[in-house]
Write a protein that binds this ligand. Structure first.
Ligand SMILES: Nc1nc2c(ncn2[C@@H]2O[C@H](COP(=O)(O)OP(=O)(O)OP(=O)(O)O)[C@@H](O)[C@H]2O)c(=O)[nH]1
Ligand SMILES: [Mg+2]
Length: 444
């Protein structure tokens, strides 16, 4: 029998074309069976990402560190007995299959992708992804020649745990960094571990309180979780002695918790594979409901226009033919040159009416599509009324917020080539989503 990962891969393959018809992109369209869990380190420049990776790996440094912006690309550090460094498109080929979802980021991104294969024990349990830091402002992505936010979004979906580092030395950049990352981390908040790093640099409790407060303030404004996530107050490298009036015992405890968290990464991988698949199928089903509802209304309007248009065309064409035939004193049903002329005139009038009604139909469909796009929230509520009653609406609304803007855009502009038997497809997708948890528990 297939294991959980194989079942998910099968489901992704089965519904790939349906997802495509609804312009839905699966977040993790293929799962490496028996793959190693992965962790990504994000944060602003010089927040200590590379130093933390080096410290967790132990042994000689793998990543360069420094005060100036050091990393200009993403580095995946994975296990292998033969140590090697691979850069560019070849790096992608060296990575497990699930990393193929990075391919659409294009050649400019691939030039900034590096794989370092190292023979270190911890890499058997986890693959690490080090990232280039945010450079001071939300606009920092602009000068990069690749889609930095897109890369962060895809990697955050791919990885099983996301470490988000803050540098207490630069509290002014916290807000901007939080904003950029919040847009990339939508829907994967549960994987997030927030780290207030370099805590060994605090020389007074007052400094610490200010940095901690700034971080909480900014996080609370952008994260959509109900509670503030746990903030690990850490530093990397050897254990330091605190300055006078400072006590590092809590920082050291958090460091120990952080290193211990890598032992449980296997379970986290299962969780995140499950969560990504569940979210994908739930969102696809939601997208289908809303788009099908809108498409139904559009079809009805088009059918009304078609009916009215053809009835008017037949009527006016017929009347025109009759009028001309009587004016020419000819019969429509006895072959003659004048009768033929009346038929041609009637046909022309009917064709002109058809043309006019099709233009009218197009204009009103256009109007209806933009009106429906504006009312996309109402359609969502209409389609999910039963869930409001059973109290799962909050969960649905959160998912809906993630796909709402794109769904409205599809209704407004995209060519709609929806599959036949959409209702049956939807039922099959709902069945997969509801069967995921039992499949997971039966495997455990
Ligand atoms: N005091 C202290 N300094 C640290 C710590 N971690 C890193 N640093 C210093 O901070 C500077 C930046 O560290 P990096 O590890 O290069 O930071 P980064 O986030 O990888 O930076 P970019 O790659 O440029 O984004 C270096 O000078 C490190 O020595 C820490 O835990 N405590
Ligand atoms: Mg770095």
């Amino acid at each position: 029998m297939d294991n959980f990962e194989q079942q998910i891969n099968k489901a992704y393959r089965r519904f790939a074309s349906v997802a495509q018809s609804y312009y839905y992109t699966f977040s993790r369209p293929s799962v490496t069976v028996g793959g190693t869990p992965s962790a990504i380190f994000l944060g602003n420049h010089s927040s200590g990402k590379s130093s933390l990776v080096n410290w967790i790996l132990g042994g000689p440094s793998v990543q360069d560190t420094g005060v100036a912006p050091t990393d200009d690309g993403f580095t995946v550090i994975m296990y292998g007995e033969q140590e090697e460094d691979v850069v560019g498109p070849a790096a992608l080929a060296r990575l497990p299959e699930e990393f193929r979802s990075l391919e659409p980021l294009g050649p400019a991104f691939l030039q900034h992708l590096k794989v370092k294969v190292r023979n270190r024990a911890i890499l058997k349990r986890a693959t690490f992804v080090d990232s280039p830091g945010m450079i001071d402002s939300a606009d920092a992505a602009a000068p990069r020649d690749y889609d930095f936010n897109g890369a962060v979004t895809r990697l955050a979906r791919l990885c099983d745990i996301v470490f988000f580092l803050f540098d207490p030395e630069k509290p002014g950049t916290t807000g901007e960094t939080v904003n950029v990352f919040a847009s990339c981390l939508k829907g994967v908040e549960f994987k997030l571990r927030v780290l207030l790093n370099k805590c060994d640099a605090f020389t007074s409790m007052y400094d610490f309180a200010r940095a901690y407060g700034t971080l909480c303030w900014n996080l609370s404004r952008v994260l959509r979780t109900k509670d503030l996530p746990k903030i690990f107050t850490t530093y990397s490298g050897v254990e330091r002695a605190p300055a006078a009036n400072m006590d590092f015992s809590d920082f050291n405890r958090h460091r120990a918790e952080l290193t211990a968290s890598f032992d449980a990464l296997g379970a986290r991988r299962t969780d995140s594979v499950f969560a990504a698949a569940y979210n994908d199928f739930a969102c696809l089903s939601m997208r289908m409901r809303v788009v099908d509802n809108a498409a139904g209304k559009i079809r009805k309007l088009s059918a009304r226009h078609l009916l009215a248009g053809s009835a008017t065309a037949v009527l006016t064409g017929g009347l025109a033919a009759l009028a001309l035939a009587s004016a020419l004193d000819a019969s429509l049903f006895v072959f003659s040159a004048r009768g033929l002329m009346a038929w041609i005139a009637g046909g022309t009038v009917a064709a002109l009416v058809c043309l006019a009604s099709s233009v009218l139909c197009r204009t009103s469909v256009r109007k209806l599509r933009s009106a429906l796009a504006q009312k996309v929230d109402d359609i969502f509520v209409e389609e999910h009324r039963s869930q409001t009653a059973i109290g799962t609406f909050d969960d649905l609304s959160q998912r809906w917020n993630g796909i709402r803007a794109e769904t409205a855009d599809i209704i407004d502009h995209a060519p709609l080539a929806l599959p036949f038997f959409a209702k049956r497809w939807r039922a099959a997708i709902d069945k997969v989503a509801s069967g995921l948890l039992p499949a997971l528990t039966s495997q455990a």
